[in-house]
Design a protein around this ligand. Structure first.
Ligand code: 4NP
Length: 151
């Protein structure tokens, strides 16, 4: 059976989307689901996740230390069934790269799962504090719980 493929997207693919990838993976059966993450930007291609994301993940039993940054590609719109973005900027950047309505329909703001229609961002914690990363973790955990329930 073909696996359902889910892609998490943020700007750098080092703070938010690798955490979302790890959290959702922990809630779904790997025989049925494949989960990946990418950035809209190219700066951190080949890099491991930010150490603050790795730390908050480990604190909650999720190890994302072996993930490697990559950038969103045109093929991702074909390969993946669901594409979750972290904020409005990601949404604009991702929709700009899509090439059909079918592809655009795959793209959803991740917190729409918790606050439908409210367009709530998962704030970029890159220039923030440890507490900002903890808040991001909680938001992503709530969203991934909803996603796992809905799938
Ligand atoms: P992320 O955070 O999008 O959650 O991975 C960022 C990481 C790096 C940069 C921006 C956001 N940066 O500009 O390098």
């Amino acid at each position: 059976m073909k696996k359902t493929k889910i892609l998490m997207v943020c700007l750098g693919n080092i703070c938010r989307s690798p955490l979302a990838e790890g959290i959702l993976r922990s809630k779904l059966d790997s025989d049925a689901f494949e989960i990946d993450s990418v950035g809209t930007g190219y700066w951190h291609v080949g890099d491991p996740p930010d150490s603050r994301s790795v730390k908050v993940g480990l604190k909650n039993g999720i190890d994302i230390s072996d993930l490697i940054g990559r950038q969103l590609s045109k093929e991702d719109f074909v390969d993946f069934d669901y594409i979750y973005v972290m904020d409005q900027n990601n949404l604009e950047d991702v929709l700009e790269k899509a090439s059909s309505d079918e592809q655009r329909r795959k793209v959803v703001m991740i917190l729409d799962t918790v606050f439908p229609g409210e367009k709530v961002d998962v704030p970029d914690p890159y220039h923030g504090t440890k507490e900002d990363f903890e808040r991001v973790y909680e938001m992503l955990d709530a969203a991934c719980t909803k996603i796992a329930e809905q799938l």
